[in-house]
Design a protein. Structure first.
Length: 408
């Protein structure tokens, strides 16, 4: 019985450019300067490289836009704009709505592509293609494609982007800024009120114990759900003022007798090191998870400080005198001020840090005010305010509000 023989050959493929926005190669080789290059899948990673920028300077010449490759299937979330001005005008309208919705974006001007991410961790791509079906109309196809995150929120963002591209306005009911302060993940936005026998067994202490159990597990989905629960427990609109005040005091006081492990995890998320080597795929995945947890912790901190500043300013003043804030080993205040310095690359985190600082500066004793000024909070808030005016409306609002407290 003859045994079939197998033959193999080696196909040479050019090396992939490291750090570029595309994670998949183009379907065909680009033609330099011809304006007729084909572009393939918009698979990309949100980050900066030699091919990316924070300003979308698209060439006004319609012929400079890439054409859709015959083998590339456009997504369903797309629109064709006819008579909407030059590609540069269209890109400017999209940038305006991204700023209005407080969406952070990295742009590849040569490929007419934007990689966008929101505070609630929805990531998607925006691509501009020239439509050759009617050359006289100089039409532009705008494609919005989801990479990860909540599908419902993505479609809200996509409708706003497509409406802005068409006529410069956002879709009705969708132009609301991205935030993790309201509904987060799969956790209900409002905790149900227990009735009957459940009312006797349920307590805010039990809710905190459940969150702590989730955050102790070795599964990242459980960890994230536990942190999302803490965010909602510190929000007066979802858990009630009394519950929110209790949880806020538990998280921010230096007393470790009550829920000490939960507070340790919470503080480590805020001031601990999350820097990882992203050369390894697992490290990059873990780094993304750490960034999500850090933003959730910042949001919980902002909720706690806001509810205390509104309903219990005296308690907040005594908390701010604690060692965690301005003591010899206090890192929280310096961590919040330092986060403002990363506004260029992490505007969502800087926005939450500015919200925390606004509450601190509003209710802080003189010592905390003095310490914040020593750390250069005024200069960093003004820099974040300028950045927000260009790219992130919520960052501008929170920075302006915090800056007003410094200048009082």
């Amino acid at each position: 019985m003859s045994v079939p023989s197998f033959r193999s050959c080696i196909l040479h493929t050019p090396p992939r450019r490291s750090g570029a926005l595309d994670s998949t190669p183009d379907l065909s080789k680009p033609r330099n300067g011809s304006g007729s290059e084909y572009l393939g899948s918009p698979g990309a990673t949100v980050g900066t490289s030699e091919f990316s920028t924070r300003a979308w300077n698209v060439d006004a010449n319609w012929k400079s836009l890439p054409r859709v490759h015959p083998l590339y299937v456009l997504g369903t979330t797309r629109t064709t704009v006819r008579g909407g001005g030059s590609p540069a005008d269209l890109a400017r309208r999209i940038c305006d709505v991204l700023r209005e919705l407080s969406l952070d974006a990295v742009y590849d001007c040569a490929r007419a592509k934007a990689s966008v991410n929101s505070a609630d961790r929805v990531e998607f791509f925006i691509r501009l293609f020239r439509d050759d079906t009617d050359v006289s109309s100089r039409s532009v196809t705008v494609e919005v494609q989801r990479k990860r995150g909540c599908t419902y929120r993505f479609h809200e963002y996509a409708r706003s982007v497509m409406c802005a591209a068409a006529d410069g306005t956002s879709s009705p009911g969708t132009a609301r800024a991205a935030s993790v302060r309201g509904r987060v993940g799969t956790v209900p936005a409002v905790l149900p009120e227990p009735v009957g026998a459940d009312a006797e067994e349920y307590s805010v202490e039990r809710a905190l114990e459940t969150a702590a159990d989730l955050m102790r597990k070795d599964r990242i989905d459980a960890n994230k759900m536990g942190m999302e629960s803490v965010v909602l427990l510190t929000k007066a609109e979802s858990s009630g003022v009394d519950r929110a005040l209790y949880v806020s005091r538990v998280l921010l006081t230096d007393d470790t007798k009550e829920f000490g492990e939960l507070k340790k995890i919470f503080m480590n998320l805020l001031v601990g090191s999350t820097d990882l080597d992203e050369s390894d795929e697992n490290d990059a995945f873990e780094s993304r998870h750490n960034e999500d947890m850090y933003l959730l912790a910042l949001t919980a901190m902002g909720n706690s400080l806001s509810v205390l500043a509104t309903h219990a300013p005296g308690s907040l003043r005594s908390i701010l005198n604690g060692q965690s804030w301005i003591g010899e080993n206090g890192k929280l205040l310096s961590s919040l001020v330092g986060e403002l310095g990363r506004a260029e690359t992490h505007p969502h985190d800087a926005c939450e840090a500015a919200r925390c600082l606004r509450a601190v500066l509003m209710a802080a004793p003189e010592l905390a005010q003095h310490r914040a000024k020593e750390l250069g909070v005024s200069e960093k808030l003004m820099a974040a305010q300028r950045l927000g005016q260009c790219r992130h409306s919520m960052l501008e609002q929170e920075s302006s509000a915090a800056l007003a407290q410094v200048q009082l």
